[in-house]
Ligand binder design. Structure first.
Ligand SMILES: *[C@@H]1O[C@H](CO)[C@@H](O)[C@H](O)[C@H]1NC(C)=O
Ligand SMILES: *[C@@H]1O[C@H](CO)[C@@H](O)[C@H](O)[C@H]1NC(C)=O
Ligand SMILES: *[C@@H]1O[C@H](CO)[C@@H](O)[C@H](O)[C@H]1NC(C)=O
Ligand SMILES: *[C@@H]1O[C@H](CO)[C@@H](O)[C@H](O)[C@H]1NC(C)=O
Ligand SMILES: *[C@@H]1O[C@H](CO)[C@@H](O)[C@H](O)[C@H]1NC(C)=O
Length: 708
């Protein structure tokens, strides 16, 4: 322990001394003034409490600043060192970390195509035999595995730890065909983080420190559960006015106030974020600030070198993380002509980087969002320019719009162009070009009755891999609790056994304007109970993930608890009961010797078998699977791809391939293959996922991922 502490201390001190102070450049004062005015004006008109910005070239830091407040109650200013949760910007950091670790292991034959199972062994087991057998680091980093495992279990509900989650992977349905299209998945990045831990024997935070934070002198950055509050932590706000603490959240209120309500004046703080996102590791778990992000972005502009010119990340591996590995098609992240005058297109996905063009300039960018936190990074490599932006409230859509407005304006100004956005449109953007918000529903009826009396729904509901939720009756209202923070009220919709699921406490934002922004139907969050001869037997809830097919658990509390624990940990309760120790026939030393000898022989035989097996499987895979470099499976989208190698796109007979690996596997769910393909060209709703088509609605788990 001691030793490591000293080592870390030494390393930190060493890097702090070696890294040169950043060069603060003189940005043309007129341009700086214009940008600052624009930023502060958009904060004012969109009611944003605090904003942080880093603007850099490969050599110079043009801006690293904070504006407004990071904590309204304490009147703490937002500075360039205020730490915040950067959410999904962690993803690009994880892929950078993978690049670094791989180049460190460059004699080992490992690369981005290394299969997860080769690294994690039996710890990697999914519901799709093809994914289990063949999925590589690349498949998960490019979000083409076809699995977007549920997020809320490890993140906001904290039902389980990352290890328990990984153990439970096989229970989560992979909804799409392997290597087809893009299906946003934060938990896929969690799995890659676990794989890195397994590969190196080091923890994720240790790895981040060793490979990224220390060599870059990012002294304020850490995983969010260890985030320093020395320089303050950006709190994220939600309510309309600072003193409103208890307002009924109705669409009418939302319409009038124009605010996304999170109920009870919720202000997310460091502790909440540690709890909400810390578990997501490389998916969303990093905390940083403008000062540190400046260093990180400069490293990217310098192709892996730090400010001392030291190559800290292997250049060729780093380049791989930014190639076009998938199609990116979510509409809110494109502002195409002729609707928008300037043209901003996001068309491809790297590893944690959205790739596109703004005014014809190549750009790599990524949002990082959770509840009321917004962050965004943009790199314009050909302009030698990069930007980090963070805002901390209060309204979801306004913050996103403000972010886009800000970086559109900044590029115009730095480029010396006549700015597209003027004093009016900086506040109205995306209007008049696109309607800002969908029409909201009129009201939520609260006086409807379900088909059975309320107490009939009370009880425990569980599912292997998902754990249990409990329904109780409090003051004539049904309440649902799930994990540590999942608190909901259930209100009858008047349709049989269907209920609206309204978030409370830290989940209040799950019943908010954001829902309507993303949702297809006015009331997307519902739970439906199943009833047999007047008895409730199970439940399914829509949204967030496929909580389908929960069974009602009857019995005594200890039994229920044991079963729920098994569902959560992935460890059957019987394997936890200690077995009686058998009497020894031989002395202990003899048993040890024999065991070791037998173990070695078995391991050697097994090693041979596995090695040969893998070799064979790999060979086989060439004929049956789409090449992992293919932009998209099949015939489509090659024209967009500079990564795809046409001759390598081998049409896959999926059913045959599944059959070869696992003859018993069911392939029925893949019969709607045409939907899969249509979806990749079809209308999409949000950053979250495809607009639902007929069959897909059934198991669309993640129309609204909380982390983008
Ligand atoms: C790979 O390893 C060799 C020797 O271990 C080293 O000299 C070389 O620089 C490494 N290459 C990269 C790209 O890291
Ligand atoms: C995956 O899990 C299933 C069910 O528990 C098991 O039968 C199978 O052997 C596992 N596969 C691997 C590769 O561990
Ligand atoms: C997380 O939540 C628990 C309560 O569930 C709280 O005690 C703890 O302080 C929180 N923060 C962290 C960093 O775990
Ligand atoms: C701002 O731009 C909009 C849209 O291009 C235009 O209609 C409006 O007249 C402009 N306003 C000002 C004050 O320039
Ligand atoms: C419904 O529940 C009652 C009371 O627990 C039980 O006696 C009855 O057999 C149940 N009916 C069915 C169809 O399971």
């Amino acid at each position: 322990m001691r030793f490591w502490a000293y080592r870390t201390l030494l390393l930190t001190t060493w890097t702090a001394m070696v890294i040169k102070p950043q060069v603060m450049a003189q940005l043309d004062p007129q341009k700086l003034a214009a940008i600052e005015e624009f930023l502060t004006e958009t904060m004012a008109c969109r009611n944003i409490p605090g904003l942080q910005i880093a603007l850099v070239t490969s050599e110079e830091v043009l801006m690293a600043k904070g504006y407004g407040l990071s904590n309204i109650e304490k009147k703490t200013p937002m500075t360039e060192r205020t730490v915040t949760s950067i959410q999904s910007i962690s993803k690009g950091m994880l892929s950078t970390l993978v690049a670094a670790v791989l180049s460190d292991l460059n004699q080992s034959g490992l690369d981005f195509d290394t299969r997860l199972q080769a690294i994690m062994g039996e710890d990697f087991n999914t519901s799709d035999p093809l994914v289990t057998e063949y999925a590589s680091l690349k498949d998960f980093l490019a979000m083409k595995s076809g699995c977007n495992f549920p997020e809320v279990l490890v993140e906001s509900f904290q039902v389980m730890s990352p290890d328990e989650f990984t153990r439970n992977l096989k229970h989560y349905k992979c909804q799409w065909r392997f290597r087809t299209g893009m299906h946003y998945s934060t938990t896929g990045y969690l799995v890659v983080s676990k794989a890195l831990e397994k590969l190196t024997g080091k923890s994720f935070d240790q790895l981040m420190k060793e490979y990224i934070f220390n060599p870059l002198g990012m002294t304020d950055s850490d995983i969010v559960s260890k985030a320093t509050e020395i320089y303050g932590f950006s709190h994220a706000y939600t309510t309309g006015s600072d003193d409103i603490s208890d307002v009924e959240v109705t669409p009418a209120f939302i319409s009038q106030s124009g605010y996304m309500m999170g109920g009870a004046g919720v202000a997310f703080n460091a502790n909440d974020m540690a709890n909400q996102s810390g578990h997501m590791m490389g998916g969303a778990g990093v905390a940083s600030n403008a000062n540190d992000m400046a260093k990180y972005l400069q490293m990217h502009l310098n192709n892996g070198k730090n400010q001392d010119g030291q190559q800290i990340i292997d250049e060729s591996n780093l380049r791989i993380t930014k190639e076009n590995w998938n199609v990116y098609k979510y509409k809110p992240y494109s502002l195409p002509r002729p609707t928008f005058p300037e043209g901003l297109v996001s068309g491809a996905y790297g590893f944690g980087w959205i790739k596109g063009y703004q005014k014809g300039y190549a750009m790599l960018h990524h949002p990082g969002n959770y509840a009321y936190y917004r962050t965004h990074v943009v790199i314009w490599p050909d302009l030698d320019l990069a930007l980090f932006l963070h805002t901390n409230g209060r309204q979801f859509i306004d913050q996103i719009d403000a972010t886009f407005a800000n970086f559109i304006y900044i590029l115009d100004v730095l480029n010396g162009d006549v700015p597209w956005l003027n004093t009016t449109t900086r506040c109205s953007f995306p209007e008049p070009w696109r309607t800002a918000v969908k029409a909201l529903p009129e009201s939520i009826p609260t006086d409807l009755d379900p088909a059975l009396s309320l107490e009939k729904y009370v009880g425990y509901y569980g599912q292997p891999g998902y754990g249990c939720f409990q329904v109780t009756l409090i003051n004539a209202v049904l309440e649902m609790t799930y994990g540590k923070t999942g608190e909901f009220e259930l209100h009858a919709t008047g349709n049989g056994h269907e209920f609206w699921r309204k978030g409370k406490g830290l989940q209040a934002w799950r019943w908010s304007k954001q829902d309507w922004y993303f949702a297809e139907s006015p009331y997307p969050r519902t739970c439906e109970f199943f009833v047999d001869s007047g008895n409730v037997t199970g439940a399914s809830c829509k949204f967030d993930f496929n909580y389908e097919g929960y069974e009602k658990i009857n019995g005594e509390k200890p039994e229920i608890e044991a079963l729920c624990s098994e569902y959560t940990t992935g460890i059957p309760s019987e394997s936890r009961t200690p077995l009686p120790t058998p009497e020894l026939l031989l002395p202990t030393w003899a048993i040890v010797v024999i065991t070791v000898a037998v173990g070695l022989v078995v391991a050697a035989i097994f090693g041979c078998i596995i090695y040969r097996g893998r070799k064979m499987k790999r060979k086989e895979a060439k004929d049956t699977l789409p090449d992992s470099n293919a932009y998209l499976y099949g015939r489509q989208n090659t024209e967009l791809s500079d990564a795809a190698d046409d001759k390598n796109i081998v049409p896959m007979d999926y059913e045959t391939a599944v059959g070869e690996i696992n003859p018993g596997a069911t392939v029925e769910r893949h019969l709607d293959a045409m939907n899969d393909l249509n979806e990749s060209t079809g209308d999409t709703d949000s950053a979250g996922g495809p607009r639902s088509t007929t069959v897909r609605v059934e198991y669309q788990p993640d129309a609204n991922p909380s982390q983008l």
